[in-house]
Ligand binder design. Structure first.
Ligand code: MTE
Ligand code: MO
Length: 377
């Protein structure tokens, strides 16, 4: 079997697809650090990894902007024009934990798109760059009637015999709120090639799909992008949609990520020898500008819940995850179902079972995360 080799990623990444490179880190390691090391951050690619020389690199800002411009990498980094800005942002693929939906009931058979992600298609980093709002203002602002911004990535991918660039959009109000960053730095290091070098979009609180890598064009448009990634992928279908009646028009375009959480340690199906408590660790995250405020775990499938002590939640950021840990009291011996659920600051919480929110394209598995372990007390 052929394997894409890159020094930018840890050797033990779990490849959910071999080509293009799509991988997530080992589960227990992901929650060891609040900021995910760049080499452990999950990677989601639709196509190849472009090689871009920053000296020859330009970003076109055009479409429905008043003064279209072509900006070099040096222009974009020019602090006299655009103040530098750092933001802590969790990027989450809407396919995170898809494997649970696949086990519940298989969905869209297009495996190239529907990679069987586990709980690791999420990562947290401090990104530095400029707010896209400043760039658009620099280009005279939007023409009347324009209300979305379209991004073009210079990678290409194939689907159903056609070649596409990666193209997506976000509404202007998101940009106006300074929640869209053009970033060249990830955790104090130059953006790795595999994460979009030299410049990528980072959209706070939205599904990872809108954070376009290898950005080469920014276009003012009216209404969302008509490109296939925007119109045909990342749709959330009602439960009645399946193989016989799937139609893109029945899908709801996913933007904000809902509240979710996962147990990353211990690992599913393990035997745990303990003396009265099992220590659990994991992540909790909510998109759309919300953040986790309460995490609870259960050792009996969800009858009795224990609150994770607030002191065991990592620092609160507006757009970042919170790691958590707890020693869960356990008397029972034998197979136990451990589960976690989270509340965000808008008091949203998670669906109880995977089947509560199963959808044909298998996106946004945000149900209460459950694993089984064998307890020896
Ligand atoms: N941008 C381009 N140009 N091409 C892509 O395939 N994948 C998107 C997004 N941006 C993608 C892209 C998806 S679906 C996700 S989840 C995030 O990038 C993943 O970002 P990462 O690989 O840096 O973790
Ligand atoms: Mo994604």
């Amino acid at each position: 079997s052929w394997k894409y080799v890159t020094k930018e990623k840890s050797d033990d990444m779990i490849h959910v697809l071999q080509f293009p490179y799509n991988g997530e880190p080992p589960r227990d390691r992901l929650v060891q650090t609040e900021f995910t090391p760049n080499e452990d951050h999950f990677v989601r690619n639709h196509g190849g990894i472009p090689e871009i020389e920053p000296e020859k690199y330009f970003v076109e800002v055009d479409g429905l902007v008043k003064e279209p411009q072509s900006l070099s990498f040096a222009d974009i980094q020019d602090e006299t024009k655009f103040p530098h800005k750092s933001l802590v942002v969790t990027l989450q693929c809407s396919g995170t934990r898809r494997i649970e939906q696949i086990h519940e009931y298989p969905g869209d058979g297009d495996e190239l798109i529907n990679a069987p992600w586990g709980e690791g298609a999420i990562g947290n980093a401090r990104y530095t760059g400029v707010s896209l709002k400043k760039i658009i203002k620099h280009c005279g602002g939007l023409v009347d009637g324009a209300d979305n911004i379209e991004f073009y990535g210079c990678d290409t991918y194939f689907k159903k015999g056609q070649v596409y660039n990666y193209v997506v959009s976000v509404p202007w109000r998101k940009v106006k709120a300074n929640e869209v960053l053009l970033a060249w730095d990830m955790n104090g290091k130059p953006l790795p090639k595999i994460h979009g070098y030299p410049l990528r979009v980072v959209v706070c609180g939205y599904i990872g799909a809108r954070s376009c890598k290898w950005l080469y064009r920014i276009k003012g448009i009216r209404g969302p992008s008509m490109a296939p990634v925007q119109m045909k992928e990342y749709l959330y279908y009602t439960p009645q949609v399946g193989k016989q009646n799937a139609m893109y028009s029945n899908g709801f375009s996913i933007q904000d990520m809902p509240v979710s959480s996962a147990i990353m340690s211990p690992i599913d199906k393990k035997v745990i020898v303990h003396s009265g408590s099992i220590s659990l660790r994991g992540w909790a995250y909510s998109g759309g500008g919300h953040w986790p405020i309460r995490v609870e775990v259960s050792g009996d499938g969800g009858s009795i819940w224990y609150e994770v002590p607030p002191a065991n939640l990592s620092t609160k950021y507006y757009h970042g995850w919170r790691l958590w840990s707890i020693d869960l009291p356990v008397d029972a011996e034998g197979w136990l179902e451990l589960c976690v659920r989270c509340w965000d600051n808008a008091l949203n919480t998670q669906p109880t079972f995977v089947r509560s929110a199963w959808n044909w394209d298998l996106h946004v598995t945000s149900s209460c995360h459950r694993i089984k372990v064998y307890s020896v007390n």
